[in-house]
Design a protein around this ligand. Structure first.
Ligand SMILES: [Zn+2]
Length: 243
């Protein structure tokens, strides 16, 4: 990526990062930094992270007010690695059929145009909901559930999914791996006595994204991610799985 192709939002992101790192206004030329280091890169190279995305939900502004009271907004509690996204202070109870439920499911912000609940398979079994594997936002025809908050409840007619494994990356990362948005990759995780290779890792490219794979708790537990000694991301698949 050259300086001339750097998008305004990338520069804004770099400014925010620089301010956060220095605790004050950036003192070095931000555009120059951007040319050398795309978001998330360290020492001129991509820095692969693999994160477990525990069960959580996304809410609309309207649902936030119903669940937490009129005028309520999400209160950021912890920033996620992807800039601009956060875990909110708020949690909801997710209720399935026959009164089976999951308490304290974290709400992630910012709010979205559609509410969505993302579970691991184990969660969906304990809730009694047959949640299909879907990529975020593709919720047509998926099962619903009831969300309960301190101020009210919401009946979702659809939106309960198992989030498909995916990798966030910016366009410099795409160039590095020779992939583009929508491609499938393979992720190898070397871990004592339980190494795994995940296929069907969808590339989600965005100019401000930092290189990060998201897997669910079942996938993370299968390879005991905390003890992993090596993670490798490769271009993979025949391309026919593109969705
Ligand atoms: Zn993700």
């Amino acid at each position: 990526m050259t300086a001339s192709t750097i998008d305004r939002s990338v520069i804004e992101q770099l400014v925010r990062n620089a301010i956060r790192q220095s605790g004050g206004p950036a003192s070095t030329p931000v555009a120059a930094r951007g040319a050398a280091n795309p978001p998330g890169w360290i020492d001129g190279k991509p820095n692969l992270r693999v994160s477990i995305s525990a069960r959580h939900c996304h809410l609309t502004d309207e649902h936030v007010e119903i669940l937490f009271g009129a005028g309520s907004v999400l209160k950021p509690e912890k920033d996620l690695y992807q800039d601009g996204f956060y875990a909110a202070e708020q949690t909801v109870m997710v209720v399935g059929p026959r009164r089976r439920m999951l308490g304290s499911v974290r709400v992630l912000g910012p709010t979205r145009p559609f509410s969505q609940v993302e579970l691991a398979l184990t969660d969906s079994i304990s809730l009694g909901i047959d949640a299909p594997v879907r990529h975020s936002g593709k919720i047509d025809g998926t099962p619903g559930c009831v969300l309960v908050g301190p101020a009210g409840s919401v009946q979702l007619t659809q939106g309960v999914i198992r989030a498909a494994r995916h990798v966030h990356m910016n366009f410099a990362d795409c160039d590095h791996y020779g992939v583009q948005n929508g491609d499938m990759m393979k992720l190898k995780i070397v871990s004592p006595d339980c190494s795994v290779t995940f296929e069907d890792v969808l590339v989600r490219a965005d100019e401000a994204a930092k290189l990060e794979v998201h897997i669910d708790t079942d996938e993370g537990n299968a390879c005991n991610l905390d003890t992993a000694t090596e993670v490798t991301l490769k271009k993979g698949g025949c391309g026919c799985e593109k969705k």
